[in-house]
Every structure is written in C-alpha cells, then in structure tokens.
Design a binder for this molecule. Structure first.
Ligand code: F0G
Length: 462
C-alpha cells in the first residue's frame, strides 16, 4: 500500500462517498447581496450561501459508515452506560490516564481544569495557548504565557517543529515564578501558530524541565494524530514506528490532557479532560456534575460517546493521515506557487495565508485579512477565517493596534471535500491574487467590546 501511495502523485481520498450533502451553487451577485446583508462579516453569512466552507475543521468533518453504525449502539443510560465504557477504553488505549472526564467540547474541559487550578496570581505556560484556553485561564484571574520557540513566530521560516516550546524559557519561568505555576500546557499541534507540530524530543525535554521543578504537564491534544504523523515523517528515528506507538509515547510523557473530539476525535461534538491525579480528578468531577453532567456521560449523549470511540480508531489510520497532510500541503504549495505568501511549512489542518504580505497597500488597521477573506468569498464562495487585526487588534481599554500578523486561515474539514473542491479553491485564490493590488480595505461600522470578530459589521473603503 505504502509503495502504491509513493509511486502515484495524485492524492486520492482513502474512502468513497456513501451519503452526499448538496452544495448550493451561487453567483457573484448573490454573494455580494449576502455580504451586504451580513455587514461583510463572514460569521454572519448563512452557511447555505457558502460553497466551500473552510471556516474551521472543528466538528465539521464527515463521519464514517462505522461511526454512524456506532451511533445506533448508543446507550442512553444515565449512569454506567455501555457506551461510556466503549469511550473510556478507546481514550485509554491511546492515552492511559487514570481518570477520564467526558465533556461536551474542548473548552468545557479547559473550564473545569482552570477553575480547579487557576486563579489570581497563577501563571500557566504553554507553547501557545489556543484562544479559548487563554480565555479560560484569564477568566480565573491567572495569566497565560506563550513560550513557543522563536522560529514559531516567523511565518515563512521553514522548521520541522515550529510548535516546539522554548525549554530554556520554561526553565527560567519556573525558576523565577515556580510557586505560581500549577501546570505546564503543550498544544499539539500548535493551532494558533499555524497548526505546527511539537517533536517527541521537545516533549521529552519539556518533561525533564517539569520533573526538575516538580510540575505536572498537560497536553491540549486536539490534533494529536496529525502531530504524531508529523513526528513519524519528520523526526529522525521515528519513521518505522506506528502512529499509535507515537501517540502512546506522547501520552506517557504527560500527567493529563484536555481534548476537543471535534478535531482528531473525528466527531461533530465532544471532548474530555484526563489526568492521573486523584484529588484533582475529584475536584473536576464535582464541577462536571454542576455544569456538564454525570461523570459517565459528561456533556454528551451515549451515541456521541460511541461516535468518538470509533473516530479515535479511524484517526490513527496511516493512509488517512498521509492523505490528510498531503492534501493540505497540496493546497498550500499551489497557493505559494500563485504568489500568495503562506505560513510554512503547512500544518495538518489548515493553510494560513499571509494577507499582510499579499496586500502591502492595505494598512493593518484597514484589515488586510478581512479584505482577503471577503474577496475569496465574493469571488468564489469560499469561507475562510481572518486571524489578525480584527481578531486581536482591539484591547480591553478600547484602544486598537495591529495584530501580530494578518492571516486568513483556510481550515480543512476532515474527509469532507474532494480533490476537485481543493482545485477549485486554488483556482479562485489564484484569480484573487492576480488582482491583489485592486483589493481595498475595510472600516469597522459596529463592534462589541470583546471578541469582536464574531459580530462586528464592516464597510468597504474606496
Ligand atoms: N484547543 C485548540 C488547540 C483548539 O484548536 C480548539 C478549538 C480548542 C482547544 C477548543 O475546543 O472548540 O471543542 O471547545 N478550535 C477551533 C478552531 C474552534 O476553529 O480552531 P472546542
């Protein structure tokens, strides 16, 4: 099989289609009306008016025949459902933590964990906290600190593991403020940094620093299978190992994890919090009962637990992971060839377009990322997500500064779009890039004080 995949260049989906969902084809004129009605905010567009939806890879993937069959096995007993044990076994096969606490999605796991261990004066380091993780840390009054290696902050610099943590910086932080640090987090893959992986070697080094300071290490495991695939492909000495073995080793280096099963759980909803510490688990379970549900279902139905268990078996399939990462890189390579600067190397779940680089004539405070995202939608019905000054530029005191970068993320839902859909995205993006100098920026017409990217309305300039 491997040899066959290596010989032929065409990336084929390692599945065929069993049920179809129609895509509604729209015209430019229809999309222009939709944009106007939505105040040029792509979050306010009806999904029906989107042709290729690359807003997120979270919960938007297609489930397999076997997942739908597993759903029929869902047992909705309030306590001790057989579906709970199926779920528990699937999670512990990959991540043998003593306690597994099911939640309705990743941020619910974060909320439980940081409610238990956060609080004013505390500091939580990570390679890079995802937005909801940081928000849950900060909500308790604690501070989130990002310690990704310097290479991870440079969009076009090639490095195999741009998600790695700067372990010298972690050591320095723990020397200085160790008493205030309840846990060290590592996000695999590093979504906010471009879906970049963390190496096994780096995870061992982080473990050593944690041990030297007596600190627990937790994973944010959302895209653990993609991370393991990159380790297999890129890390010396790992090519001969199975993805499952690599995942198990990664899990063995940690004391616990938060997880969104909407990513590498291959499910539409779900997540978990896991750990070895009995006292912490008891505290989190008590919070779970208050906010999510009984400990054998958390925020989920029995059928969701079954879908996740089956998804965890499928996501470590190496033909799937090869296709997944290659098809994402295929999109990225074509965009770069069309003159669109991108974050490189490409992550597993998304390609990040550098709008500030493509549209140097649009200043950050006229939102080049928004301009590019809107034009991809207007021209071709493709919905991406601005990750830039709109998302990060507004501060709690009401002032505004440019975000660190102005990116547009094209996130690829799992097993959902075909190669020709991706070729269509490339054709549209190439056309937009050829007209880059004619694109204009935006001003914000209305905005809330926080998380403005979800609901702000815009007006085109010029
Ligand atoms: N951690 C990471 C690294 C994530 O990417 C996400 C979600 C979460 C935690 C939270 O999980 O959505 O199940 O509550 N990321 C989505 C995205 C929303 O589009 O990247 P959740």
């Amino acid at each position: 099989m491997l040899a066959a995949m290596d010989r032929w260049q065409t990336i084929i989906e390692p599945f065929r289609i069993h049920a179809v969902e129609p895509i509604r084809l729209t015209t430019e004129a229809q999309r222009e009306r939709a944009l106007e009605a939505a105040g040029w905010n792509l979050f306010s567009i009806h999904a029906q008016d989107v042709l290729i939806d690359l807003l997120t890879d979270s919960g938007t993937g297609a489930m397999s025949r076997d997942q739908w069959a597993a759903i029929q096995h869902g047992d909705e007993s309030y306590a001790g459902s057989p579906s709970w044990y199926v779920f528990l076994e699937a999670v512990q096969h990959l991540f043998p933590f003593k306690h597994v606490i099911p939640t309705h999605q990743g941020r619910a796991a974060e909320k439980l964990l940081f409610t238990a261990i956060g609080g004013p004066g505390k500091v939580i380091p990570s390679n890079t906290h995802f937005d909801t993780t940081r928000a849950n840390v900060e909500y308790t009054g604690a501070e989130g600190v990002d310690l990704v290696i310097p290479e991870g902050r440079q969009p076009s610099l090639i490095h195999p593991f741009k998600g790695n943590m700067d372990t010298a910086a972690l050591d320095a932080l723990l020397r200085e403020r160790g008493d205030d640090v309840p846990v060290v987090m590592v996000t695999i893959t590093n979504n906010s940094g471009g879906g970049q992986p963390v190496s096994l070697q780096n995870l061992h080094a982080i473990r050593d620093v944690c041990d030297a300071h007596g600190k627990p290490l937790f994973l944010d495991g959302c895209r653990f299978a993609e991370n393991a695939w990159f380790i297999k492909e890129r890390e010396p000495g790992q090519a001969h190992r199975s993805v499952v073995e690599i995942v198990q080793e990664v899990g063995s280096l940690a004391d616990g994890m938060t997880m969104s099963a909407k990513k590498d759980g291959m499910a539409n909803i779900g997540g978990w919090l896991a750990m070895n510490d009995d006292a912490l688990a008891e505290q989190c379970r008590n919070l779970l009962i208050l906010t999510e549900g009984f400990p054998t279902y958390g925020g989920l139905a029995g059928r969701d637990l079954e879908a996740i268990a089956q998804g965890l078996r499928e996501v470590v399939d190496e033909d799937y992971l090869r296709y997944r990462t290659r098809s994402t890189a295929y999109l990225g390579d074509a965009l770069v060839a069309a003159g669109i600067p991108c974050v490189q190397p490409f992550g597993g779940h998304a390609v990040y377009l550098d709008a500030r680089g493509l549209l140097p004539h649009i200043p950050p405070l006229e939102y080049p990322g928004q301009a590019l995202a809107v034009e991809l939608y207007r021209a071709g019905g493709i919905r991406g997500c601005e990750i830039g000054t709109v998302m990060f530029g507004l501060h709690p005191d009401g002032t505004e500064t440019p975000g660190p970068m102005d990116l547009v993320r094209l996130a690829i839902p799992r097993r959902t779009y075909t190669q020709s859909h991706i070729d269509y995205v490339i054709e549209v993006a190439r056309d937009v890039a050829s007209r880059a100098s004619s694109l204009r920026g935006f001003r914000i017409a209305t905005q809330p004080r926080q998380l403005r990217h979800f609901t702000a309305t815009f007006e085109p300039l010029g």
